[in-house]
Design a binder for this molecule. Structure first.
Ligand SMILES: [Zn+2]
Ligand SMILES: [Zn+2]
Length: 150
């Protein structure tokens, strides 16, 4: 994904723009990517300081300022990107297929975002709970889901 020749194939709706805290990294995702999910696993909580709130965007993601992105190899199946200048966390990327789960907090244009799923709900600590009505999956359900559909 180079800066200039980034794919403009998707045309449904305007793309949503986002950026890290310092602005060195700019991101855009398809305008129809509106489903925010939370992950309560211990790795996401350690990485983000709380539940990870993010949007599964598949491969429809474009970046500017890629030289300011560092990637941490967090597990055999995924890696996590962050801005080297300000430390903002940017994405969780599944190695197989290079699909992106983008952090919801990066985006300014949040019209239509809906928080509708929570994963690793069985790893959620007791000190917080969301009141949103969501589809919840335990760790075992998540692994079963990905094993059967990916
Ligand atoms: Zn930054
Ligand atoms: Zn997680």
């Amino acid at each position: 994904m180079a800066d200039e020749d980034k794919q403009e194939a998707k045309t449904e709706g305007a793309r949503r723009q986002g950026h890290c805290l310092c602005g060195a990294v700019k991101v855009s995702i398809g305008g129809d990517q509106t489903h925010v999910g939370a992950c309560h696993c211990s790795m996401c909580r350690r990485w983000s300081g709380g539940p990870l709130m993010a949007i599964d965007c598949g491969t429809d993601v474009a970046f500017e300022g890629e030289d300011s992105i560092a990637v941490f190899d967090s597990s055999p199946w995924a890696e996590r990107g962050f801005c080297t200048k300000c430390g903002s966390n940017l994405f969780y990327r599944i190695k197989q297929g290079q699909s992106y789960i983008m952090l919801a907090g990066l985006f300014d244009d949040i019209d239509g975002f809906s928080f509708d799923s929570q994963v690793f709900i069985d790893e959620k600590p007791d000190y917080y709970a969301f009141s949103n009505k969501t589809k919840d999956m335990t760790a075992a359900q998540v692994f079963e889901y990905y094993a059967s559909s990916h």
